[in-house]
Design a protein around this ligand. Sequence first.
Ligand code: GDP
Length: 589
Amino acid sequence: MALRAFTKKGIRSGFTRVLNSVPPRPAAQSFFSSSLEDAVKELTPASVRCISEFSFSSVSGLAHHKVQVVLPLTRCFHASSELWARRTNNELVHENSSNKKIPKKGKFVKRIRTEPPVEAPYVPPKLKRTTKSLVDKTIDIFEGMTIIELAKRAGESISTLQDILVNVGEKVDSEFDPLSIDIAELVAMEVGINVRRLHSNEGAEILPRPAVVTVMGHVDHGKTSLLDALRQTSVAAKEAGGITQHLGAFVVGMQSGASITFLDTPGHAAFSAMRARGAAVTDIVVLVVAADDGVMPQTLEAMAHAKAANVSIVVAINKCDKPAAEPERVKLQLASEGLLLEEMGGDVQVVQVSAIKKTGLDSLEEALLLQAEMMDLKARIDGPAQAYVVEARLDRGRGPLATAIVKAGTLVCGQHVVVGSEWGRIRAIRDMVGKLTEKATPTMPVEIEGLKGLPMAGDDIIVVESEERARMLSEGRKKKFEKDRLRKISEGATETLEPSDEVSKRVEMPIIVKADVQGTVQAVTDALRTLNSPQVFVNVVHVGVGPISQSDVELAKACGACIVGFNVKGPSSSIGLAASQASIKKLAV
Ligand code: GDP
């Protein structure tokens, strides 16, 4: 470095002074007097090439060395005369500014802070990774696990968990004592961890069970029509003279005595929403493809969802009554999308149907039964029930009602249950015909009454031993749910604030969603959220079941939201008037 400074700068400054006949500055003087000879000895061939055309005359005994310069050779150091002029000026400025080194532009300079930043407040470092990983962590819990096992899975110390146990009023003498699964969940929630309940099938009665089927496919390909047609053949329709209502699920009975349970909300939005909440109730997906339209984007999406959930597919080529129907083309398209159809050597059955003409429905039901048989579906029949909500609604007289499908065990009237973050004591169980029944067995859709609040589609239903336990678990879940919600909001806020100006220009669109049943509310909300983009942020501020009410209008007024009503009766004239006065946009779908 010293050498380079010497060759490039030292010589140049010496050169400048000789040219201008200015006596050398002190710094240059010391340089000239002491090190020139030594430095010349150390010159590299490259630098020598640069200065070879200078002539040095060193007179021994003299106080300094004299450098003679040949004028035209300045080109050795500078490509152009402007650059030369600029560099010379810069150097003069540098030297005049109290000997401070000014870094050259574009070069990285390590700044050493000498004074504390007085005005900047201390901002604690964000423990983003740790917090996130903890909240997103899910552990498996089971009945009878010890504190040691729980501590190991949760990554917490035994003493921390013991303190929490004391706080929730549970007396545990030793860390080897078995914990009930509910207490394990409470403790895990206290430390902010999600749980997955494992149920043992040991010593239980395992019996074959009917399949649960969901209908998916592209919009307008006839999912709803097919479900309607199938519902007409359902047990409920037969008993009620063809009159049925949308309750979230229905059962189709076959002559052989076997049955199939159909989930009533078509589309993969509802399917994924249920799955996201841990409710993997579907065994088989009926993929509806219109014979006159073929494979479309949502057909592929439905296929992807089914594959991701590891659920079998049975294809229903619908609208086969149409003259433009080309079922063979649809089959080829599906095969080219990687679906291994039975007639092409694979295992995916294809049935041609017409939902409108009600043809091919028997074949579809038989194909589903065959698929279920091949899957050898079985479930634990005895023991406490493990069930999921597929639909929920508010009834004026009966309060919150939830349509549930039992996955394992038996749900019995009078039991205390925790449903999502709600709880209650089952006052009544009704089957899909509306008949009161004492208990519900696997895959039997039932309507339960007696909950304190309205649960959501996909919520799990667990049976607990007492009212106190139910209250405690419900409170714990609500607390955790709220904590997670706030965390998501704050994460969303930082994400929105952090990036460039473009994000701050994102337009927020507050929306209130009202629909006839809980499942639809969720499906509509999910569909609206898919509209989120870098330009628009769909903020669903409130969702609810039932007609648009005065309080919805008030809320919309307060936050400038528009109201989306799906499958609900139009609001009364007074509410409509209030909404128009407040310039609230209403959208009835
Ligand atoms: P979804 O959006 O998939 O639920 O489709 P829909 O069930 O709402 O049906 C969309 C349209 O296709 C409606 O106008 C139905 O009448 C019509 N449609 C459904 N199935 C059939 C069918 O088998 N044949 C004919 N010709 N039309 C059908």
